[in-house]
Write a protein that binds this ligand. Structure first.
Ligand code: ZN
Ligand code: ZN
Length: 470
């Protein structure tokens, strides 16, 4: 037995203490950070294995987006300083592909045109340089590794926004048949609020935008004629419902391997007059307007994606504590390790800095596909700081439904275990569900303003990625 497998075996017996030392070789601190006056949770799962937990924020905008503030380098440093280990700036792609350089100002409020073009080819090149510099140089300014890579947000007016990470090429809605439609004018007010009364008159106008050409691009190899391709990427359904729900999540088998995530927490929430809402929980998005629950719709359509949380910051103040974050179980604290974690779907979304969450069903990690079986024993490893030991949480086991998700099981007011106590464990029936996920709720905080039974059990602060049953 070599040293690595010896430590791994021993770590499984001792709850990870020894694994700390093994992973000390990566120079990553053994606990999550980001809490102002407490030490965060250990990065090692009670459920075993050698993966390490990192926190991510894979959706942010700098001044390059045209509708946001903040210089890219400042953004990355702020994100890192606030306890996030993995970052991506995902500037808007709208119509700037093949456009060449242009001279309009960044800020649309000062007459800039950038918000209608988004990034162009020169920006795309610069974004790689920014990400590479952040990945290499910022890491030297702190004790821990920091992983940064390039991405863009495919930003349509009416059929949704998709983050694309790790691609060598980019595309945009103007080139994929998803930009200029009569109904697109109905969304203009989100950029220019004074135009809302005019924009509303276009709400019933025809919408000819298509999501399928984007999926064709995503499933094509880079360099493919005519528009290239993104099959070296992985991608995410952003703020589902807001700016569209991907044509009711129409499924595309060729893109399914590359679509790996869906945002559960994103603080941009246009339901209130306040454009930035602290209740970023997309479980309830659009329920007041008759939109289907986005997670139920997405998974029922056949997409097998994991959850993430993001800031989607536009304000120039990055990594704020009351916004969304992602948890990724990585095999290495590198770009390749992050990519593997996203592809594995062993991820979670949270609103809590320094939270650890891992879950297994019959020994299979969250985010996995697994054989259908009627009885499922769930193990939930959850921790934050010492102050959270004994704190009561409620676990909703959520499954599919016709007019919204169903509640498969409710574990009410379960105490968060101490480090030396076993994970939360319970057994449930699958009830024929094709998928299920854990929604973690604080029963002592008020419900979302639109919460209804059986999901009105407190405020959700984490989502564990689903299990999908074959
Ligand atoms: Zn967006
Ligand atoms: Zn965005």
């Amino acid at each position: 037995m070599n040293r690595r497998s010896f430590l791994k075996a021993l770590g499984g017996l001792t709850g990870g203490l020894v694994v700390h030392r093994a992973l000390g070789e990566t120079a990553l601190g053994s606990t999550l950070t980001g809490l102002p006056d407490a030490t965060g949770a250990s990065r090692y799962s009670k459920l075993g294995g050698s993966l390490v937990l990192v926190h991510s924020d894979l959706h942010n905008h700098s001044i390059m987006s045209g509708d946001a503030q903040g210089e890219p380098a400042d953004a990355l440093q702020q994100i890192r300083d606030r306890g996030i280990d993995v970052a991506c700036l995902t500037e808007h792609a709208v119509s700037g592909k093949d456009h060449g350089q242009y001279t309009c100002a960044n800020d649309h409020q000062q007459g800039g045109c950038r918000f209608v073009t988004g990034i162009n080819g020169n920006d795309w090149q610069r974004m790689a340089e920014i990400a590479n510099a952040g990945n290499d140089e910022l890491a030297l300014k702190g004790p821990d590794p920091f992983v940064v890579f390039r991405g863009f947000e495919y930003s349509t007016p009416t059929i949704g926004h998709i983050n694309v990470w790790f691609s060598s090429e980019y595309t945009d809605p103007a080139h994929e048949g998803a930009l200029a439609t009569p109904r697109a004018a109905s969304e203009m007010w989100r950029v220019f609020p004074p135009t809302k009364p005019i924009a509303e008159q276009f709400e019933k106008a025809p919408d000819t935008a298509q999501i399928l050409p984007f999926y064709e691009w995503l499933a094509s190899a880079p360099g493919s004629p005519v528009l290239g391709g993104g099959s070296d990427a992985v991608a995410c359904f952003n703020h589902p419902g807001y700016f569209g729900n991907f044509q009711d999540f129409v499924f595309h088998g060729g893109a399914a391997d590359y679509m790996v995530a869906i945002e559960a927490f994103n603080p941009i929430n246009n339901d209130t007059d306040n454009p930035i809402s602290n209740d970023a929980d997309y479980f309830w998005y659009g329920s007041d307007r008759g939109l289907p629950n986005p997670f139920n719709a997405c998974f029922n359509a056949g997409w097998r994606v994991g959850f993430t949380g993001v800031s989607d910051e536009h304000s120039g103040h990055f990594g704020q504590a009351n916004k969304g974050r992602g948890g990724l179980w990585v095999p290495a604290v590198t770009r390749g390790g992050v990519r593997q974690a996203l592809e594995s779907r062993r991820t979670f979304a949270t609103m809590e800095p320094a939270l650890r969450l891992d879950a297994m069903a019959n020994g299979v990690p969250m985010g996995s596909s697994m054989p259908a079986t009627d009885s499922l024993t769930i193990q939930l490893d959850i921790a934050r700081d010492a102050g959270w030991v004994g704190k009561e949480i409620t676990v909703e086991v959520v499954g599919p439904g016709t007019n919204g998700p169903s509640l498969l099981s409710l574990q009410e007011r379960v105490p968060v275990p101490a480090d030396d106590q076993p994970p939360i464990t319970f057994t449930i029936g699958r009830q024929g569900a094709a998928w299920m996920f854990l929604r973690i709720v604080d029963p002592d905080l008020p419900n979302h303003q639109r919460a209804t039974a059986p999901f009105a059990n407190g405020k959700a602060f984490a989502y564990a990625s689903p299990w999908f049953f074959d």
